[in-house]
Design a protein around this ligand. Structure first.
Ligand code: ADP
Length: 178
């Protein structure tokens, strides 16, 4: 049902969120990286990497394509599951917005499969993948608003004050469909 999901914002570290599922801004290899990915694997411990290795050996032998999402255990994190999604690398020449929107849609679809009521998202693609924050915030918020899901709370976890302010402004002006 559209309009069911409440969007909240916090400034902080996604690995500390007590939610049903945290979303990882992973890379296609699923085998770890920097930014959110590094923090999740550091705090979550080896169980998550083990689960990712199994996924690479079975369903995703060529890696997880950008825009898709898959769940694993959350290991030692205070969450039940980690949903790994791969954001697109920003390009000024090519519009990859739909792939970024797909990360949010697919993560919510997986969250529904997990029956997650609370989901924490980072600002996907805005770190190593260089997506401009305001545009990324627009895509993130409008996609969550437009995606029917049973998730009760989507919490955007912004690492620094600047990102938090951008999301706050975009959320204040975003119109909910329906
Ligand atoms: P991507 O490769 O998709 O760009 P990154 O992990 O490099 O992913 O960055 C995504 C966003 O997450 C950036 O805005 C970055 O500042 C932020 N970030 C980095 N570490 C954390 C963390 N522990 N919790 C929440 N956000 C984080």
């Amino acid at each position: 049902m559209t309009g069911h999901t409440r969007v909240t914002l916090v400034q902080g570290d996604i690995t500390e969120q007590q939610v049903d599922a945290v979303v990882n801004a992973a890379n296609s290899s699923l085998l770890g990286g920097g930014g959110v990915d590094g923090a999740i694997h550091r705090r979550g411990g080896p169980e998550i990497l083990d689960a990712c290795r199994h996924l690479r050996a079975s369903l995703y032998r060529k890696g997880l394509p950008p825009g898709q999402a898959v769940a694993t255990t959350a290991g030692n994190l205070p969450a039940r599951s980690v949903i790994h999604t791969v954001g697109p690398v920003y390009s000024a020449k090519e519009d990859r917005s739909d792939l970024l929107a797909s990360c949010y849609r697919e993560s919510l679809r997986v969250a529904d499969e997990l029956e997650a009521a609370t989901v924490a998202f980072p600002a996907i693609s805005t770190g190593i993948y260089r997506w401009p924050m305001t545009d990324a915030a627009h895509i993130a918020i409008t996609t969550v608003h437009a995606t029917p899901s049973q998730v009760q709370e989507v919490r955007f976890v912004l690492f620094d004050a600047e990102a938090y302010t951008v999301f706050e402004q975009v959320l204040a002006t975003a119109e909910r469909p329906g």
